[in-house]
Write a protein that binds this ligand. Structure first.
Ligand code: NDP
Length: 314
């Protein structure tokens, strides 16, 4: 195996179009609880470029960074304490468990190889391609953690803002297929309403024509994926809960959280994915080539992606 690899890297904070460059760097060393994954596909998330702008600078790991949280690939080396995986396993995951003080990895998934703690990975669902698998971890775990924290129950109603986005499109599917919500409503712009219905939304609200917070229907749970606080609170029934993932200074009934990714939580979703009940949603422009990472980020940053933007390396 080669000692050096190609990786996208930034050495200073700023706009990726200026600071993110394709470099030749060392293949990372692995620690006892880590595996080395040959990256077949890497999923992009808005948090990649937000981190690039320095939003967690005060507690981030030192520069330089290789961005990328989501990976799907093949295990090529295992650390001395690894028990769950062996060489050749096809795995996927979000390589950052918790991004508290100094824990966000310096070297992410936009590289030919990435080192990952084994507890963050799960075996790739058998029915998914690497590109499909790489689209899921951070977004689906965020959907799951939010719905768990809000304690969404079978038979309840849910409204999702940003229903066509990476997180929102998975919230709709999990709410219906995993949590048994009776009514799922979601917001998007006019052209995406049919898409919302196609992935399970019962009610599709066109935010260019209607204010969801002024409609008569109130919901048991509101999952606000676009940071539309405090408007989101107007759509919840008395005693309901509002999940905020894009803004953090909120008051009850709203709450916010930052994802703490775990491979075991991905494993809980495997049956729903392998049965086809929950499907990865790739943006029509995806996958992008590894050489086109800057174009992929420019598109993601427009905020108009449908489902997920993914980079194929192999
Ligand atoms: P995306 O870039 O995938 O979202 C794009 C989607 O947002 C588009 O389909 C767009 O639809 C929709 N959208 C934009 N504005 C509106 C609007 N006013 N009303 C309805 N829909 C709208 O983002 P993600 O889903 O990946 O992430 C969403 C947010 O959550 C980001 O800010 C991200 O950083 C954050 N996040 C936070 C996490 C945490 O741990 N706290 C974890 C994961 C994500 P249209 O074109 O129709 O407008």
């Amino acid at each position: 195996m080669a000692d050096v690899q190609k990786a996208w890297m930034y050495k200073e904070y700023g706009n990726f179009q200026q600071v993110l460059k394709l470099e030749q760097i060392d293949v990372p060393e692995i620690k006892p609880h880590e595996v080395l994954v040959k990256v077949h596909a890497a999923g992009l998330n808005p948090f990649d470029f937000k981190r690039g702008y320095g939003v967690i600078k005060s507690f981030d790991s030192p520069l330089p960074h290789v961005p990328g949280f989501d990976v799907a690939g093949v295990v090529v080396k295992v650390g001395s304490q690894v028990s769950k995986f062996k060489k050749g396993d096809e795995v996927y995951g979000d390589i950052n468990g918790d991004i508290v003080e100094g824990q966000a990895r310096q070297y992410g998934t936009l590289a030919q190889y990435t080192a990952v703690e084994e507890k963050l990975l799960a075996l790739k669902p058998k029915n998914l391609s690497f590109v499909e698998a790489a689209s899921l971890p951070l977004a689906i775990l965020t959907a799951q953690e939010g719905l768990d924290r809000a304690d969404l129950q079978e038979g309840q109603s849910l409204l999702v803002t940003g229903g066509a986005g990476g997180v929102g499109s998975l919230v709709i599917q999990l709410a219906k297929e995993v949590y048994g919500a009776l009514v799922v409503a979601a917001t998007a712009s006019t052209k995406k309403l049919e898409f919302l219905k196609s992935i399970g939304a019962d009610v599709a609200i066109d935010y260019t024509k209607e204010n969801y917070d002024e409609l008569p229907d109130k919901y048991d749970v509101v999952y606000d994926s676009i940071g539309d606080y405090p408007k989101s609170v107007k759509a919840v029934r008395d005693g309901g809960k509002v999940i905020e993932i894009a803004v953090f200074e909120v008051e009850p009934p709203a709450f916010s959280f930052r994802l703490v990714a775990k491979g075991e939580n991905l494993e809980k979703l495997t049956p729903y994915i392998e049965s086809g009940k929950v499907k990865p949603i790739l943006d029509p422009k995806a996958p992008y080539k590894f050489s086109d990472v800057l174009d992929a980020f420019a598109y993601l940053e427009t905020g108009r992606a449908t489902g997920k933007v993914v980079i194929a390396l192999i």
